[in-house]
Ligand binder design. Structure first.
Ligand code: ADP
Length: 488
């Protein structure tokens, strides 16, 4: 194939087919209130903040900013609802959760468009991954609600009480589903806070929860920034905090609840290693590497952000990787052909740009394909760093953007040591045709999730979570029920 032929083919297809998903029939309000005790109510202090479309810097809506008073109302409503919900039969709890899943499916298109508008992710991903997985998560845990005695044989699980759930901006609806579904199935009541840059799908979910007649106060959704989150963490009548977000905030939460009897699960950052051996199916591996780091703009805690290639195939892999990066389309999140959408916020764009500067100052060799990025909004071209080593900051720290570091290795022991040499332990990927090698690596890599010859595959039935500074506790699967129950 001639140089760039591939790229031109994609660009031509793009120009021809560019057809942004329509925003007609997307029901968005100008202003969103808090969802507390089965009602949408104004915040006590009357404060609102703007949620911004990261692809054009335009305001989408104003959203209520919950202060300590509002959080207190939400916790009181959840406490009042607790006994009734916990004592409802598992079968009836399951019916409500099932109904939530069905309503997400019915309104899937609206959810997908709003997710892409508010968070910047490509519509193809919202439509094919985020929203269906969110619905599946509710379906899956609806099924457990009346089977808890099988999940915990010979022990009687009891719900913990009122759970505070704080979620990030990278998979807004999906993270709400990961948090809410197992907590509801086990009989807890909830105060959930979405991230301040992506509150809209959680508020849409509040509408669904309201429509499906869930008893009032069982789920309360409060919006606001870090301070609102801290008010949830520090509220004395909360029994557990479930958090997904940055390691910095995770550490703050762990300290804040030390000495209290609150329980906690933390799902924090990562610096996933993706390892290609010389016997791998190289084309398939390159496609997997691209998906591992550029999916969702690299705003993925389990992203494969460090690539390790066996020396004998390094030249070939890097050449193929660069060629594939040239074909990636960066642009309008609502365009069905977009591969890399908008960076979620100005703040995150600055963080990524700062890491790119650090990478260069440490001697890394950068590669970015040419892309004409839109003038407005937050954008970052897919980025590769060669010539990096273990001590480099961009190899050690989570960037949470479309930036991949590439290192080479000779032996299996060398790559295991390098892969494990970060403070994180969330994910890893192994590319080889040799099954024994896969089993050997899954034993020795310190990562909660290890994919073989694939990456970034999620399913409601599989547990997900980390080691080391990536946090503790598991979400998904049978294991995902445990953090929401106690035994007496
Ligand atoms: P980022 O730094 O990438 O924005 P965060 O970890 O700050 O990621 O955000 C994850 C979630 O944690 C968001 O909902 C955010 O509002 C919330 N949060 C931020 N700071 C605090 C805090 N001190 N206490 C509780 N929640 C917080």
């Amino acid at each position: 194939m001639k140089k760039n032929e591939n790229k031109d083919m994609f660009k031509a297809a793009w120009n021809y087919a560019a057809a942004p998903e329509s925003t007609d029939h997307i029901n968005l309000q100008k202003q969103y209130d808090l969802y507390i005790d089965g009602k949408f109510i104004k915040p006590v202090k009357g404060k609102y903040f703007d949620t911004i479309n990261p692809s054009n810097d335009k305001k989408i809506a104003s959203v209520a900013e919950a202060t300590a008073e509002d959080v207190d109302l939400a916790v009181k409503a959840a406490r009042k609802a607790f006994k009734g919900w916990a004592n409802l039969s598992g079968k009836d709890r399951g019916k409500y959760i099932f109904r939530i899943a069905r309503l997400i499916q019915e309104r899937a298109r609206e959810f997908a468009v709003i997710e892409s508008l508010d968070g910047g992710k490509p519509i193809r991903e919202s439509r094919d991954i985020d929203i269906p997985l969110a619905a599946n998560h509710f379906f899956y845990y609806a099924g457990w609600a009346d089977k808890l005695e099988y999940a915990f044989p010979n022990r009687k699980p009891k719900p913990l009480g009122v759970v505070g759930q704080i979620i990030p901006w990278n998979f807004p609806l999906l993270m709400a589903a990961w948090k809410l579904a197992p907590a509801l199935a086990t009989g807890n009541t909830i105060v959930l806070k979405p991230a301040e840059s992506t509150p809209l799908t959680a508020l849409k979910l509040a509408e669904i929860i309201n429509d499906c007649g869930l008893p009032k106060g069982v789920v309360n959704i409060v919006t606001g920034a870090g301070e609102t989150g801290a008010n949830i963490v520090n509220h004395p009548d909360i029994n557990k905090i479930a958090f997904t977000g940055s390691t910095g905030v995770g550490k703050y939460i762990a300290k804040a609840i030390a000495g209290t009897d609150k329980k906690v699960t933390l799902e924090l950052g990562g610096k996933g290693a993706n390892i290609i051996f010389e016997d791998a199916a190289i084309d398939q591996a390159v496609e997997g590497i691209v998906n591992a780091i550029f999916f969702n703009q690299g705003h993925v805690c389990c992203a494969g952000s460090r690539l390790f290639v066996q020396e004998s195939v390094a030249g070939l892999v890097i050449q193929k990787l660069k060629a594939r990066m040239e074909t990636l389309i960066v642009g309008d999140p609502l365009d069905k052909n977009t591969d890399i959408g908008a960076i979620n916020s100005k703040k995150q764009l600055q963080t990524i740009q700062n890491y790119i500067k650090i990478g260069l100052s440490e001697g890394g060799e950068i590669y970015q394909p040419e892309c004409s990025l839109p003038k407005e909004g937050n954008w970052c071209a897919p980025t590769l760093f060669l010539n990096v080593s273990q001590s480099h900051k961009i190899v050690q720290e989570e960037i949470f953007g479309p930036v991949l570091t590439v290192q080479t290795f000779r032996t299996i022991n060398e790559v295991i040591e390098k892969a494990n040499n970060t403070p994180y332990g969330l994910s890893a990927g192994v590319w080889t045709q040799n099954g024994a090698k896969i089993f050997h690596l899954t034993q020795r890599l310190e990562a909660g999730v290890i994919w073989a010859n694939t990456f970034n595959k999620f399913d409601a039935t599989s547990p997900f979570g980390g080691y080391k500074e990536s946090g503790f506790g598991r979400e998904g699967g049978l294991q995902g029920l445990k953090p929401y129950v106690k035994f007496e």
